[in-house]
Ligand binder design. Structure first.
Ligand code: ATP
Length: 303
């Protein structure tokens, strides 16, 4: 019997720990992620970050030595700009996000935020300046309102309500049996993928971090939900430095810069229109998604 109770008790402990002490949702990824022991460098200082610039400088990475995943990836996201990363499944897009959060250290090269190498600052300060809307949002067995509050546990009720409004969740809330007090999550009402993402956007708005990362869901959302999510995002992205991992190219049309990743290398970079004009890798992806014939597109698109 004790064998049964111990793991259950442990799970309860983990849940209470997460629920009670989480300053933001990323901490949960930190707890759950299978990651090597990344520790603060000796004498690490807090990151000094205003509205932020993010720079990847010749970043290479391998999860294990014999299989390179990223190869000399370089880009800069200027203050207030939106960078989109596109590419086939397995190209290394999510790995870039894991490195930005420092779940892993780059094998070579460096990542800088406001000119500070993230390997030299405290992990806590690094993660406090990044808000992420992940592919799969985890909802706790709590009300929708409290699920949003996880973004910043010290937020006032008014601030939580404002985040719900900015994330275009009001329509959903008005349909729930007990409004925002309705229990959601495993033992509560199940929300759709798009609704969960909007809860996640609300959390991120509440967190108020200067860097925003949106890891778009792979599953296709209906166009009404997609438009609602895009509206939510464009409202907040204006004042943030943002990085979007995109599967649906409709979300990247307005990006200041689009990177096309192939096999861990940046093979193209530019705006939507300049990349369409180029008629290579991005144009192929775009036309494939539009389901249009590739008249002017070179199928053998290569770097
Ligand atoms: P998707 O569009 O399918 O999400 P992606 O472009 O985001 O793909 P990544 O998730 O970054 O790709 O994965 C890049 C490569 O790294 C893949 O080949 C993947 O199998 C591998 N990979 C990812 N995570 C790990 C890990 N923890 N250990 C070993 N290999 C991994």
């Amino acid at each position: 019997m004790i064998q049964l109770f111990m793991p259950l008790g442990f799970l309860g402990f983990v849940y209470r720990e997460i629920k009670g002490s989480m300053a933001n949702i990323e901490n949960m990824f930190e707890l759950l992620a299978l990651k090597p022991a990344i520790v603060d460098a000796p004498g690490a200082q807090p990151l000094n970050c205003g509205p932020a610039t993010v720079e990847f400088r010749s970043v290479s990475f391998a999860y294990n030595n014999n299989r390179p995943i990223l190869d000399e990836v370089s880009f800069t996201i200027d203050l207030g700009q939106k960078l989109a990363i596109v590419g086939a499944s397995g190209a290394g897009k999510s790995t870039l996000v894991k490195l930005l959060f420092r779940f892993y250290d780059a094998t070579a090269g460096s990542i800088l935020i406001d000119n500070q190498d993230i390997a030299t600052v405290t992990q806590h300060s690094l993660r406090s300046v990044i808000g992420i809307v992940p592919q799969d949002t985890v909802l706790f067995n709590d009300s929708l309102f409290e699920n949003v509050r996880y973004g910043r546990p010290s937020a006032t009720d008014d601030e939580v309500e404002e985040a719900i409004r900015l994330a275009h969740l009001e329509g959903l809330v008005s349909q729930l049996p007990e409004g925002s007090a309705t229990l959601v999550g495993e033992r509560g009402l199940k929300l759709s993928g798009g609704e969960k993402q909007r809860v996640s956007i609300a959390r991120t708005i509440l967190k108020g971090a200067p860097i925003l990362v949106f890891d778009e869901a792979t599953s296709s959302l209906d166009s009404k939900t997609e438009q609602a999510i895009l509206r939510s995002l464009s409202d907040i992205a204006k004042e943030h430095t943002s990085m979007v991992i995109a599967h649906r190219l409709s979300t990247v049309v307005d990006a200041d810069q689009i990177l096309v990743l192939q096999g861990g290398r940046v093979v193209e970079a530019g705006t939507h229109l300049s990349l369409l004009d180029r008629g290579q890798a991005y144009a192929s992806l775009w036309h494939a998604q539009q389901n249009q014939p590739l008249s002017a597109v070179d199928d053998s698109a290569s770097p």
